[in-house]
Design a binder for this molecule. Structure first.
Ligand code: G3P
Length: 371
């Protein structure tokens, strides 16, 4: 029996103890002026897509200007093996081009206008293509991953910005890679060459084998497991896989103070994605998480009592005549996040953890066994 297998009962007992001994969280007060700890990591989702076109250098420079701690991004491989920063497998949603990134060369991808569909103040996860689109034809392109690394490196030694870069390996998508290796094989050498590792370059994915492969190539790179739906079963994946951070959807019904305590007990940070309103960022932050990934990083900075510039848009948008944008996304109707402190956790956390550990024990990826 491997060391990791022998540790499973101990881990399970630890997680269970954390789940059952943590007192139930009080309901979040409605208002006014909620305040979160200033230590919460402010992660700019796709560079902070409420203020600039997602996954572009315009967004990343803007996120640094605003004062975000972390630059969150996504990667896809072009047909000639170059790593570019784009969320979708296709160019359709975010550029004026159509087609899949994997079918086009870097030159072809970079000929597309990545500022074409962006509207000021509209987070990328909101589906609305209404005008204005002030950054059309202003030269904004899909960057190579190395452009982001070079930019952060250029900020100098004392700079503390981190990069959290997602390997987009999603079962069912056109370019799904069941080995989880293709993107990592390009990304990890890039990270090594960038010299940024000491400043924390994190690799994230929804697909555990991709993270396993990253760690096999370089055990020093931090990894972050993204999850959808109930968070608890995937905490088990994070434990067994050795990930540093777990990132549930902020609306997961079992993302609670108990879940966060259990994750901390086993040494995992919790950084959920992507609360965008003042209410959602506040309720998520009050669960004791270590950071939040948001399209509206200035909103989280405010909730933490940290300063940010009054003007949230990059200079290019101002030149194009954009008006002021809201700090936070407009408040949405109550979602499942509002239900998450009501009753779910005590039952779901241990059940989910047991189920998750059992599943991981049976279905461990081959690459993991080789480590
Ligand atoms: O960083 C987490 C977040 O990016 C996951 O969601 O859809 O933006 O990849 P998605």
């Amino acid at each position: 029996m491997s060391m990791r297998r022998r540790r499973l009962p101990l881990l399970l007992a630890t997680l269970w103890a954390a789940a059952v001994t943590t007192p139930a969280a009080a309901a979040a007060p409605s208002d006014p002026a909620p305040v979160l700890p200033p230590t919460l990591v402010v992660s700019a989702h796709r560079g902070g897509s409420g203020y600039a076109p997602e996954n572009t250098m315009t967004a990343y420079r803007n996120a640094v200007r605003i004062g975000a701690d972390q630059l969150e991004t996504d990667t896809q491989l072009t047909s000639d093996g170059k790593l570019v920063l784009i969320h979708d497998a296709s160019l359709d949603r975010t550029t004026d081009c159509t087609g899949n990134v994997q079918d086009l060369t870097l030159v072809q991808v970079q000929a597309c206008d990545a500022g074409y569909w962006w509207t000021p103040g509209q987070g990328t996860t909101v589906v609305d293509v209404t005008p204005p689109h002030p950054l059309r034809a202003t030269g904004i392109h899909v960057p190579e991953a190395r452009e982001l690394f070079d930019y952060v490196a250029s900020l100098g030694g004392p700079d503390t910005h981190s990069i959290s870069i997602e390997i987009k390996d999603i079962p069912g998508e056109a370019n799904f890679d069941p080995t989880g290796m293709h993107t990592a094989a390009v990304l990890v050498p890039l990270i090594k060459a960038s010299g940024l590792k000491a400043r924390t370059t994190i690799v994230q994915s929804f697909y555990p084998p991709a993270l396993t492969y990253v760690r096999s190539l370089d055990p020093d790179i931090k990894t972050q497991l993204l999850t959808v739906g109930a968070a608890s079963p995937y905490l088990a994946y994070g434990v067994v896989g050795g990930e540093d951070i777990v990132s549930p959807d902020s609306t997961s019904p079992d993302l609670t103070t108990q879940f966060v305590t259990a994750a901390h007990t086993v040494g995992k940070q919790v950084i959920p994605y992507t609360p965008d309103t003042r209410a959602a960022l506040t309720s998520t932050g009050r669960k004791g998480v270590d950071g939040e990934i948001t399209n509206f990083p200035a909103c989280l900075l405010e909730l933490e009592g940290r300063a940010h510039p009054v003007q949230l848009l990059p200079a290019a948008s101002l030149a194009a005549g954009s008006g002021p944008v809201p700090t936070c996304a407009s408040e949405a109707p109550p979602t499942t996040a509002a239900m998450s402190e009501i009753g779910w956790p005590a039952a779901l956390l241990p059940v989910g953890l047991i189920g998750g550990l059992a599943y991981v024990g049976r279905r461990r990826p081959a690459t993991r066994a080789a480590r």
